[in-house]
Design a protein around this ligand. Sequence first.
Ligand code: ACO
Length: 462
Amino acid sequence: MGEWPTDVGIVALELFFPSQYVEQNELEAYDKVSAGKYTVGLGQARMGFCTDREDINSLCLTVVTRLMERYSISYSSIGRLEVGTETILDKSKSVKTVLMQLFENSGNTDIEGVDTINACYGGTAALFNSVSWVESSAWDGRFALVVAADIAVYAKGNARPTGGAGAIAMLVGANAPLVLERGVRATHMRHVYDFYKPDLMSEYPKVDGQLSIQCYLSALDKCYQLFCSKSERHGKEHFGLKDLDAVLFHVPYCKLVQKSLARLMLNDFVRASEEEQSLHYPGLEAFQDVKLEDTYFDRDIEKAFMTLSKSAFEEKTQPSLLVANQVGNMYTPSLYGGLVSLLISRGADELAGKRIALFSYGSGLASSMFSLHVSLDTNPGSPLKHLVANLTHIKSQLELRHKISPEEFDSFMEIREHNHHKAPYTPQASLDILFPGTWYLDNVDEMHRRSYKWVPHNGLSS
Ligand code: ACO
């Protein structure tokens, strides 16, 4: 087959989110919490959700179909397909095998990969596996396709406004416009019960909210420290936030991400010499001997570093929060929705040659920090220009969604709750509300076999 592939990474991206949402400020009033708790306190504007017409299989069918159509990719050019999700409908049959029905007409069944599960981290594991496949002796010259999708729903109560839903498809190959940088990837894994789903008859997780925040922040510290020291081993002295053009995070809710960027600055401060501390961090002498593990909920430190990192946040992270703010936590696609948001906010010319750091977190817990190098080629028709141009519909698609009242949202949630895993079952929600080009659940038969249909469209403008 010739030479080993170079510049392996993300070649194409497609994002899909549900066609309906609830306003977070209306949800505040409906839930009788103080005004501003969800919109300011959590930093969320809208939350996307699925009716009983969409499930994890339909979301993945939709996002793959859209990617293949938008980029005119042949189904026989895929040699690996892997799904990252924590939305489990079947303890044995993978979502990947459901997606194989899309490949039937092409006759291509020679496709490696199955599903990968660990809370919001499964998509990242699938991405790493796919990059490894392209870089390995098993590679046969074709693309890998990574799909990350979830329906994030919580029981009524304080976690419910941190839900969301969506799917991302990422085509992985050589000579990519977004290249995964080698030798710096940093991982931190531990056993902890911060968020988990032991009850397979329910869509809802068990959540220890405060513990999950502490675990997220401590995993961020560990991954960032390791990422910095690996980068220094590759010759970059005193590596830190200043060396990263953009920093993207898994987004449980936007406010936690703003705190996380501040936390990276705190890490830089802790790693700095006394001389550097007084030079670059004036007025923070009081925090010189601080231990990171004592600071997860320290208000003084949080306030000081959020103030100091404000412009770094606006420059490096805020542009990545568009989709998260509008759709909510999509779980596995959340981090990659951040990548899409950054690409459409900044554009190809501004991002060319830049380094983007990404922090992936899945409760339980599995976490990694890694980086993408953006190609320098911004000629018309270059892969980078093509990739960004194919995402320009996202902003208008967010606006094309239907607003649903909190009362209706609540009844849709009840329908999902009562019918989850019911067989036989015919979904009740209207098809009128779905975007054109969406796969939907048509029926579940008495043997729990699910069948899907497609809402036709006249070309993929949205
Ligand atoms: N105006 C402005 N801010 C307000 C208001 C108001 N009226 N009311 C409250 N706030 C602030 C609070 O001060 C708090 O700010 P802080 O985070 O800076 O302390 C914030 O809003 C949230 O309020 P809390 O009372 O802390 O919220 P609560 O404890 O009820 O729930 C939580 C928040 C724990 C995140 C919950 O939604 C949850 O469990 N979500 C799911 C778990 C999760 O997302 N964990 C994160 C990582 S794991 C993952 O990705 C699933």
